[in-house]
Write a protein that binds this ligand. Structure first.
Ligand SMILES: C[S@@+](CC[C@H](N)C(=O)[O-])C[C@H]1O[C@@H](n2cnc3c(N)ncnc32)[C@H](O)[C@@H]1O
Length: 374
């Protein structure tokens, strides 16, 4: 279709800069973080590479059109000017989502309907077909209006990128894999160091850390919508997947362990570890944090403890944060990194964090705190 594409890798609020960094390391051009993601330029094969290798982004979208639109006519003309016949298969299912904010056009449903109508009109003109059965592969198109600027995108990811393919059931309060990967990146841990998650739940942080250490692409075994886009090079995408498979080196994983008080969460963690191809590399045990004592080289405790949204639970959680302070004090040389929405965390822990970063866990405003060894 074209040689250079304008794209956006969408990301949770607070992770835009991290995703921009990942894109630069992957060799993408003109990368710049903005609210809700990072924009960049890439060629066709690189679109697939981003889906395969980005750890912290939610989706990779091609920007097909962008222009101020204050009327439905303007929106129709913008959408109709896009060469849809080169992007979409004739039998494709055209799924149009939308969002509107601070704009003249504020009816999401009408914007979706206009967009779909303009796509069909353009497809009729471009292909000569009179009807489109929509029985084939999905094409997810989004129309978004923000401050009267319309943006039309085509989703190349399909299922969101946090779905790595190993998780069968979510457990009580699992961390999104993309946020877990960002916490690994922001933490004091680096591949080769010892890592322990003392509230490991279903094992998300451990798996993300291990995959990073092993150079295991997060999308290695899952499919992406762009794989059925005729305008992207099938053979090159296949070659990139094979190369990613060859890159995996489980020998680099090092000592990554976890513990939790809940046996059901640990059953899920063991299943996820197996399904993530890490059986025998990561170990978990049923140990209350209060009793945890680790021997050997120091490392990093990395965890997503409970926050306790209800009053009774909050007291219990705050007692647990005190136990986390004691855990670090009985492990000289260890750091502790934790994400929490509780403003009392540091007071309960027993000292101020050496580093803090504001992040969102879903809709919850949180801080990611790092306590370095004293
Ligand atoms: C928010 S969840 C962690 C979820 C995890 N990050 C995941 O992705 O599944 C908090 C975990 O802390 C565990 N927990 C609560 N109190 C604990 C304690 N005293 N000792 C160890 N684990 C505890 C809970 O069982 C729960 O699995």
């Amino acid at each position: 279709m074209q040689s250079t594409y304008q794209l956006i890798a969408t990301a949770a609020f607070g992770l835009e800069g991290i995703v921009a960094g990942e894109l630069k390391r992957l060799g993408m051009r003109n990368v710049r973080a903005e609210n809700g993601g990072a924009r960049f330029e890439a060629d066709a094969a690189q679109i697939f590479l981003c889906n395969l290798r980005l750890r912290c982004a939610d989706r990779v979208l091609i920007i097909l059109g962008e222009k101020p639109c204050r009327t439905f006519d303007e929106l129709f003309r913008l959408v109709e000017s896009i060469p849809w016949e080169q992007c979409l298969a004739r039998d494709g299912r055209f799924l149009v989502s939308g969002k509107c904010a601070r704009s003249q056009l504020m009816s999401v449903r009408d914007c979706q309907a206009i967009t779909k109508k303009a796509i069909i009109e353009r497809m009729k003109r471009g292909t000569g077909a009179k009807a489109f059965p929509e029985t084939g592969d999905d094409y997810r198109i989004d129309v978004s209006l923000h401050a009267d600027m319309a943006r039309i995108t085509l989703d190349t990811s399909g299922t969101a990128l946090n779905r790595r393919g190993y998780r069968t059931w979510n457990g009580e309060a699992p961390l999104r894999e993309t946020l877990a990967a960002a916490l690994v990146e922001l933490s004091a841990w680096r591949p080769g160091m010892r890592l322990h998650d003392p509230c490991c739940g279903t094992g998300t942080l451990m798996i993300e850390a291990a995959w990073r250490a092993a150079h295991r692409a997060p999308g290695l075994t899952r499919a992406f919508d762009c794989e059925h886009f005729a305008f992207l090079p099938g053979a090159e995408m296949q070659a990139l997947r094979e190369e990613a498979g060859r890159d995996v080196d489980l020998g680099r994983v090092g000592t990554i362990t976890g513990s939790d008080i809940d046996p059901e969460a640990l059953t899920l963690a063991r299943r996820h570890i197996r399904q993530a191809g890490l059986e025998g590399r990561l170990t978990v045990s049923q140990t209350p944090l209060q009793e945890l004592t680790l021997e050997g080289e120091p490392g990093v405790f990395l965890c997503n403890p409970p926050y306790g949204e209800r009053l009774g639970e909050k007291k219990q959680c705050e007692a647990l944060y005190g136990d986390m302070g004691r855990l670090v004090r009985r492990h000289p040389g260890w750091s502790l990194c934790a994400i929490t929405s509780d403003p009392m965390f540091e007071r309960c822990f027993g000292r101020r964090a050496d580093k803090k970063r504001r992040l969102y866990n879903g809709r919850l405003e949180c801080e990611f705190m790092t306590f370095l060894p004293r």
